[in-house]
Design a protein around this ligand. Structure first.
Ligand code: FUC
Length: 825
């Protein structure tokens, strides 16, 4: 739909190198990541490999915990919440997760440069390339960095527009104890044989390498208060081995070994650095290899393969693979009249925006950046994106850079399906299967329950028990339940029943089995969770004490209601498990319902407690509005209104103040179909919580806000629920002109739309399913293939039901063309 129109620029660019990490530019292939600083005399790539974590598989279950479950439940039933909390804090918590680790740093020092002119560095989202260009003594130098998924490597190319001008040294360091080895001296007359597409790798002496090997910490102990004298522990023969290898291929010039583990290249026309890494990770349940040999061999193998292709082919293969995913969704806002703000460097553009200037192109950039980051940190076969995606420079990262499953990990994947990156969702879906395995023992030993349970923190070892610390965050056995929503969502987008039967349903069923055992009878015979928290929030007890523990938090009840409903539907579809299905139904009917509190708000706890922090950043009780679908402005208007009031109260008390929390607001207001409010929080996020490299700030960096923003922008343009697609449900006034293509809806729909004067002009819906029906909804009149949409007298707006048939597929390939119509009043 974008044919013939000028595409808005999709690059981040700057006129100076990054001084700090939050200014550097990320590249990633799902497994390997780098932050590119773009220094002039010294280029710095801070490196990551996604399996490099501290620790090893350790039993985390607390055999003692179950002793306290009944006493705690009794205290709660007696209204002694604070005592219950104290008992949990003392006896029912666990230990913290291990920490995601930095790998190392690649340094390329460029010698022989004079005065520098015309410096620029950029990240081109379209091609997935970070680049630096500058001029010195009449020579134009260029560096390009890519992280290639098809070839499993990173590649840095240094070129100049005059021959023999590149003098550089290359070295690798690591924050971990390590050793390096540099290949022997070599001199190359005919450099072409080092980088040809036809070369046989076995002919090439492997003397141009730097290999750095080491081991990750055997443990990183939480040290929020800085009171642990040795929180990072390296023990002999424990801890995951890793290897990083770089091979430096110059064209022309000489290559010698430097004194400090560096490789020195003089007078080259071009230098290509191929880099890869491997670790001793062998699976979440297996001791990692602490010996580096296999990791080194893996690096050598990967680099041999890539070098045999040659730099040009590697680059082409990368770009092709990158564009195959990235190009699926195009978004433009502002129409042809938009001034091209991309003539301004991104940091200055952001500053201007923060002062109140409009810049729709920057909002588009934020949207597409989220897609870029998901592609960079989560690809089939990789680990899921953690709190920092894949990019972390600290041995002791904030919150261990782990998988925080009481909002953050899930938010990372909100954009995956709707933004047409379904394969990037896979690492999360795969992780759920692994957490279900560790979580089975947790359910049984901690709670005497069947099925599986996970709490709010998970790591590469799939720790599923409660963390240490305080019950308000650590005691939340419903993390796994929330994760299973992603399995069902994947089904709704694809309608793939084989996937549902083989992967999703067994895991959903296990989580539901836990829930049904976990529920107890509460007030008025309703089934409730007990003990229960509303993630990280606290209420005031009748004695005025701040407390997190009670029963039946709205979040818990919502998640369980949703999961049981999903299981019922799945069992129906798959024609399985009659008895289990009936149990799900009977349980669901007895769950404590939503309650509306004294302010008209959606109640967060089973009693209308006073909130300890009314502006708290979590809005867990609004899960049913987004990402859940139990609360809907048309189906449950009273609950939607109560949710709106809850949201208002949170904001009036300073809520939404951090990156991810603000990003959640965009999605919630999109579901309330309040486009201007949703847009206000797009603006707030960019103005208040965004670093110069457009990374989300939850100080320091946390990637969830980037992903939440991308999902929110999509949610403003298209909403799906089973059997219904709503077009432009929350279009803000500021986005009166625009077009989007490639968004995904439930039921295998791909949606493109063009609008002008805040009204839909044309939409194109293509279904990948064979048969089925879908209601298309839009707030104004429209027609589809000469059929007029009908007014919806009950809810307002216009609807049109479409039935897909085999015959229709033959004539139009299941594409529906929709046209916006004039209002006829
Ligand atoms: C949740 C949030 C914190 C932080 C952490 C990683 O616990 O409450 O703000 O984002 O995750």
């Amino acid at each position: 739909m974008t044919k013939g129109k000028r595409p808005q620029s999709l690059r981040l660019w700057y006129r100076q190198p990054a001084e700090v990490w939050e200014e550097a530019l990320p590249v990633g292939n799902g497994r390997l990541g780098a932050m590119v600083f773009g220094g002039i005399r010294e280029e710095h790539l801070q490196l990551n490999e996604d399996t490099l974590w501290s620790g090893f598989p350790r039993d985390g279950v607390q055999y003692d915990a179950l002793r306290y479950l009944q006493p705690v439940r009794k205290l709660i039933a007696d209204g002694k919440y604070k005592e219950a909390e104290q008992l949990i804090n003392a006896n029912m918590l666990g230990r913290d997760t291990e920490a995601y680790q930095p790998l190392g740093d690649l340094w390329i020092t460029q010698e022989g440069l004079g005065e520098i002119m015309h410096y620029e560095r950029e990240l081109d989202l379209l091609t997935g390339t970070a680049a630096v260009t500058f001029q010195s003594d009449g020579v134009r130098y260029t560096r390009e960095v890519i992280a290639s998924a098809p070839d499993g490597i990173m590649m840095v190319s240094l070129t100049a527009n005059k021959l023999g001008k590149i003098h550089a040294s290359v070295r690798i360091t690591s924050p971990h104890p390590c050793e390096d080895e540099v290949g022997e001296d070599a001199h190359f007359g005919d450099s072409s044989k080092w980088d040809s597409d036809n070369g046989d790798p076995s002919d090439k002496p492997i003397r141009d390498f730097i290999t750095l090997t080491g081991r990750a910490p055997s443990h990183v102990e939480s040290n929020y208060h800085g009171d642990h004298p040795q929180s990072v522990v390296y023990e002999n023969d424990l801890g995951m081995a890793f290897a990083v290898q770089a091979r430096v291929i110059p064209e022309g010039g000489t290559l010698t070994k430097g004194a400090d583990g560096a490789m020195i290249i003089s007078g080259a026309d071009k230098i290509t650095v191929y880099l890869t890494a491997a670790t001793g990770f062998r699976g979440f349940h297996v001791m990692p290899n602490s010996d580096v040999t296999e990791s080194v061999e893996a690096c050598q193998f990967t680099l041999d393969e890539a070098i045999s292709l040659g730099s040009e082919q590697v680059r082409q293969r990368h770009e092709q693979d990158h564009r195959k995913l990235f190009d699926r969704v195009a978004l433009e806002l502002g129409g042809d009249t938009l001034t091209d703000d991309s003539v301004l460097p991104t940091d200055l553009r952001l500053e201007r925006y923060q002062k109140g200037q409009a810049d729709l192109g920057l909002e588009v950039l934020l949207f597409q950046y989220g897609r870029y980051l998901l592609m960079g940190s989560s690809r089939p076969g990789s680990q899921p994106a953690n709190l920092q995606g894949i990019w972390n420079d600290r041995v002791h990262p904030p919150w261990n850079s782990n998988y925080t499953t009481n909002i953050n990990t899930q938010m990372n994947y909100w954009p995956a399906e709707v933004c047409n990156l379904a394969e990037c969702h896979e690492p999360l879906l795969h992780m759920i299967g692994e957490v279900a395995r560790t979580g089975r023992r947790v359910a049984s030993i901690h709670y005497g329950a069947q099925g599986w349970a996970a709490h709010h923190n998970v790591d590469v070892w799939r720790y599923a028990g409660p963390s240490g610390g305080h019950a308000s965050w650590a005691f939340w056995p419903l993390g796994g339940v929330w994760l299973t929503a992603h399995l069902w969502e994947r089904y709704l987008f694809t309608l793939d029943t084989a996937y549902l039967a083989e992967q999703a349903y067994p895991l959903m069923k296990g989580a539901a089995a836990f829930c049904m055992d976990w529920l107890v009878e509460g007030p008025e015979g309703w089934l409730v969770t007990s003990p229960s928290t509303s993630p990280e929030n606290k209420f005031k007890t009748p004695d005025g004490e701040e407390c997190s523990i009670s029963m039946g938090s709205t979040m818990d009840m919502t998640l369980i209601r949703e999961l049981l409903g999903n299981c019922i539907q799945a069992a129906d579809l798959l024609e399985l498990d009659d008895e289990f299905r009936t149990r799900c139904e009977e349980t669901r009917d007895r769950l404590m319902p939503y309650q509306i509190g004294r302010h008209g708000q959606l109640q967060e706890w089973f009693v209308d407690f006073e909130e300890a922090e009314p502006g708290h950043r979590h809005v867990s009780h609004l899960y049913g509005l987004y990402p859940g679908r139990q609360i809907h402005i048309r189906d449950t208007p009273e609950l939607a209104e109560a949710a709106r009031i809850s949201l208002r109260r949170r904001l009036d008390h300073g809520g939404g103040h951090t990156g991810w929390s603000c990003a959640w607001l965009i999605n919630l207001y999109a579901r309330l179909e309040d486009g201007d409010a949703a847009h206000r929080y797009v603006r707030t996020l960019l103005s208040r919580s965004t670093y110069p490299n457009l990374f989300d700030a939850h100080p320091p960096f946390q990637i969830d806000g980037n992903f939440g923003a991308t999902a929110g922008i999509a949610e403003m343009l298209l909403q799906s629920r089973p059997g219904e697609l709503t077009l432009l449900p929350a279009l803000p006034t500021a986005w009166s002109e625009g077009r989007v293509s490639g968004l995904k809806g439930h039921g295998g729909m791909t949606v493109g739309m063009e609008w002008s004067g805040s009204r839909l002009v044309r939409a194109e819906l293509t279904a990948s399913v064979q048969t089925g029906s879908c209601t298309i909804r839009y707030s104004h009149p429209f027609s589809a293939d000469a059929r007029q949409a009908l007014p919806d007298p009950e809810h307002g707006g216009f609807i049109l039901s479409w039935i897909f048939t085999k015959e229709q597929e033959i004539t139009n390939g299941h594409t529906i063309i929709i046209e916006g119509e004039e209002e006829t009043i």
